[in-house]
Design a protein around this ligand. Structure first.
Ligand code: GDP
Length: 664
């Protein structure tokens, strides 16, 4: 066949065909003017298939086969739930993502972080909403229970022999509203109170540090207080003994201050207020105290119980007084531990270091941790090979409330994990073995939720989001709900979250990461709004969660590819070829399932190789053109497409529909 003729058949210019042929695997040379007929035939088929794939890539293709309705309906799936479980375990049992489950909980008014416990009743209601049948799981074996409680901090600390308790340094967390001076305060305390360093030692930020005041030690958690605290309270224990809540004297009590106070009160964590930035002209200490009094936190000097210390973190004023008050609170609280036992504590920070392997900062809460100790962290373990304090100095032991960086773990644990020292290595191995068994017994997701239709894999496009919120609580809820909007080919990607108003920097970051900028209960600063307009960055701040989510849905919907739904309506077997035209053919068939109807489509059901696709133009019963022939009927089908069908082949008859998708 002439190349020009082939190009005409494919409805493309000859030059383009010459360029495309090598891509299809036919290298016929640039000067060729003819191709072999068998080659031409193959090219035509491959071309048709490629066009089809190209077209399909514009859609999310959903294939529905005739027997799909026999598939198990979601409501018939059963899931076994234990008496209590964390959202993380719950998600594994349902075969869903953790964010989906947290989002569902949130919709039902339950704010649970992934490691908090929810009870059977709650989980059961949510599971049923998601289309599952539920039943109570048989109790797990004692062996498993032992393992589970073995890493529960509260229980571990309860084992304490009261007669052996001795005072230990208090562990302090600094919380407060953004920009009120938390970081400046942590730096000020560190630089003024850390004992002179030995030559060569470099102070490192390892998540916690210790200072001395009047010969007594105080441990500070060096992470953004608010967030570290909420991450760490979930493992059944408490890391901090005392909170310093920083309030800027020129700004007063703000949403995150209120949230910090609420967290401290809820956790029964003693706290004191550091009224910061008193060096500023606009500082108004009395106003701060008045607002505190209004929320039932009457300051000490007004006859109440709330300790308020005026400070200037920037000018390093008032720091000794603040630390004195911390020590006073520690004495009142009887902060104690037993240094003469195997250590138990919490992972403050952990990462994988390129040179050193897994590195973790731990805070010893009771006992003394020593080099060469065998350590268990959840289902991981290891031997302490070396320890360094926050000054980077090697140490061989670390008593209660001491933060140290340890080397020697097999894997990096998670911040907030509890560790405990065990007597010898065999115990580590033993527990690790039980832990694996435990995972096999309980954490096995028994049911994998599957869509009733099979969606072909499509590359994902993302809606990048930068989110600014007033408080941590709303941020967690929004992140969970936004992540829940992701599906198949579109996903929400939270590029960054932050607390506080939307400023110019946020806009610049949004532009750089091609993100939309959502605010919740925070102001959009006028300069930021102007900048966003000139840069074309979508930015808006909301007061109602659902309005924000609606906007995200709207934006995601515009990114969705329409759905191409192919529903099988029948199947036919070719008995005879009546006529082969150039671009069509008439075949004699028996309908073996469903029906054949003009206006539908037909494709081959070959097990391999190129599939052919046709339009079903006409259905004839004898000589008569009919509207439909159903199962068992013999008929003639007029098909438009490449006339390459053979007798004996099976054909699938299907209906194609394009549907716009929405996210709701
Ligand atoms: P954080 O967000 O709470 O950690 O706040 P930062 O420590 O980053 O402080 C926010 C801003 O307030 C910075 O520009 C600091 O320099 C400033 N700042 C912090 N403490 C003081 C203070 O005592 N006086 C004055 N004038 N400024 C302060």
């Amino acid at each position: 066949m002439n190349i020009t003729e082939l190009a005409r058949r494919l409805k493309i210019p000859t030059q383009q065909l010459k360029e495309e042929l090598p891509k299809l695997g036919f290298d016929i040379g640039h000067r060729a003017i003819k191709v072999d007929d068998t080659v031409a035939e193959k090219v035509i088929k491959l071309w048709a298939e490629r066009q089809r794939k190209l077209r399909d890539s514009n859609y999310v293709v959903v294939e529905k086969r005739l027997d799909d309705n026999k598939l198990t309906k979601q409501s018939e799936r059963e899931v076994e739930l234990p008496q209590t479980l964390t959202p993380r375990e719950f998600a594994a049992l349902l075969g869903m993502s953790v964010t989906t489950v947290v989002g569902e909980l949130f919709k039902n008014g339950i704010m649970a972080s992934i490691n908090e416990c929810i009870d059977f009743e709650t989980a059961s209601i949510i599971a049923q909403d998601l289309g599952f049948k539920t039943k109570v799981a048989a109790a797990v074996t004692n062996e498993v229970d032992e393992h589970k409680t073995a890493i529960d901090l509260a229980d571990l600390l309860q084992e304490e022999d009261k007669s052996k308790l001795k005072p230990r340094p208090p562990v302090v967390v600094v919380m407060g509203h953004v920009d009120h001076g938390k970081t400046t305060l942590l730096d000020a305390i560190r630089s003024t109170n850390v004992a002179a360093q030995e030559s060569g030692a470099i102070t490192q930020h390892i998540g916690a540090y210790q200072v001395e005041e009047k010969g007594r030690k105080i441990t500070f958690l060096d992470t953004p207080g608010h967030e570290a605290f909420s991450a760490m309270r979930s493992r059944g224990g408490r890391l901090a003994d005392i909170a310093i809540i920083v309030v800027a004297a020129d700004d007063g009590l703000q949403p995150q201050t209120m949230e910090a106070i609420e967290i401290a009160q809820r956790e029964k964590l003693p706290f004191l207020i550091a009224i910061n930035k008193v060096d500023k002209e606009t500082a108004d200490i009395e106003r701060c105290k008045k607002t505190l009094a209004e929320i039932n936190l009457l300051p000490e000097d007004w006859g109440g119980k709330t300790i308020c210390v005026p400070i200037s973190a920037k000018k390093k004023q008032g720091i000794p007084e603040l630390l004195d008050m911390v020590l006073l609170l520690a004495d009142l609280e009887k902060v104690q531990a037993n240094p003469d036992r195997l250590a138990v504590g919490t992972i403050v920070e952990a990462h994988l270091d390129k040179g050193e392997g897994p590195v973790a900062t731990v805070l010893v809460q009771t006992g003394t941790l020593r080099v060469c100790d065998y350590l268990l962290v959840g289902e991981r373990g290891g031997k302490v090979k070396a320890m360094r304090n926050f000054k980077g100095e090697n140490v061989t032991s670390a008593g209660p409330s001491t933060p140290v960086r340890i080397l020697g773990l097999k894997q990096a644990p998670h911040a907030g994990d509890i560790f405990k020292v065990v007597k010898d290595e065999s115990l580590v191995r033993d527990v690790l073995r039980k832990a694996t068994k435990f995972q096999r017994n309980v954490a096995l997701p028994t049911i994998i939720a599957k869509d009733e239709t099979t969606e072909s894999a499509v590359p994902q496009t993302t809606l990048n989001v930068i989110l600014k919120t007033d408080v941590l609580g709303s941020r967690e809820a929004l992140v969970a709900s936004l992540n829940q909007l992701s599906r198949g080919d579109v996903a929400v990607k939270i590029v960054r979250t932050g607390l506080g108003s939307i400023n110019e920097n946020d806009v610049i970051q949004a532009e750089a990461s091609k993100a939309v900028l959502f605010g919740f209960n925070v102001p959009l600063l006028p300069q930021a709004e102007m900048l966003a307009k000139t840069k074309g960055v979508y930015t808006h701040t909301y007061k109602v969660i659902y309005d924000l989510l609606d906007e995200a849905k709207k934006q995601l919907t515009t990114m969705l590819k329409p759905e191409l739904v192919r529903s099988q309506v029948g199947e036919a077997r070719i008995l005879e070829i009546f006529r082969r035209g150039k671009r069509d053919m008439i075949v004699g068939c028996r309908v073996i399932r469903g029906f054949a109807r003009p206006g539908t489509k037909v494709r081959t059901l070959r097990s391999g190789g190129v599939q052919l696709e046709f339009k079903l133009l006409e259905v004839r019963l004898g000589k008569e053109v009919v509207g439909e022939v159903s199962e068992g009927g013999e008929c003639g089908l007029k098909l438009q497409g490449e006339p390459a069908l053979e007798a004996g082949e099976n054909l699938e008859i299907y209906h194609e529909e394009i549907r716009n998708r929405v996210i709701n």
